[in-house]
Design a protein around this ligand. Structure first.
Ligand code: SF4
Length: 167
């Protein structure tokens, strides 16, 4: 558990609003996230990191895989690109610290416009978001006592969340 605190500090140093150690048992899985991807997202069919990509992992299959982990770090940021950098950096540090299966979940913003359907430019760095793999982010975050709310206007400050599964 001590080492996990190091990743919390790393996240905060890199500009996260919040970072917290979580048990995978506290994650809320719900395959209905796919409905919001398919019928509520303008990026459907346009990104490699989304469930619309060919052979993408579906939420009901992803849950079985993600439940093999026991804990991770959840990270909140107001900027989605920053969040991705933080999550990826934690994954990398954890990998070198002896967590070979460490895996970051944070929406991919590495390219201004995803190259889909042309091949992904950074396939070793692109990761799916929490919701793309069937995690109900709102329910999970509320359960953990972290801030989140639906936005009525683009002027409101968004809260983005990512997760790095450690072991
Ligand atoms: S790295 Fe670029 S091409 Fe690959 S998924 Fe991310 S945005 Fe798309």
């Amino acid at each position: 558990m001590g080492e996990s605190k190091k990743y919390v500090h790393l996240a905060l140093e890199m500009g996260a609003e919040n970072a917290k150690i979580v048990s995978v048992q506290d994650l809320v899985f719900d395959p209905r996230t796919l409905l919001k991807c398919m019928y509520g997202c303008e990026d459907w069919g346009k990104r490699w990191s989304c469930p619309s990509a060919p052979k993408a992992l579906m939420p009901w299959d992803a849950e079985k895989i993600l439940r093999r982990y026991s804990r991770g770090i959840i990270v909140q940021a107001h900027d989605a690109e920053r969040l991705q950098e933080i999550a990826y950096m934690i994954e990398l540090e954890a990998f070198y610290d002896g967590y070979p299966l460490a895996f970051a979940l944070a929406e991919c913003y590495l390219c201004e416009t995803c190259t889909f359907p042309a091949p992904c430019i950074f396939p070793t760095k692109a990761r799916p978001s929490m919701q793309a793999l069937g995690i109900d982010v709102f329910a999970t975050v509320k359960k953990l006592g972290l801030p989140i709310n639906t936005l009525r206007s683009k002027d409101e400050t968004p809260n983005y969340y990512g997760l790095v599964l450690l072991e």
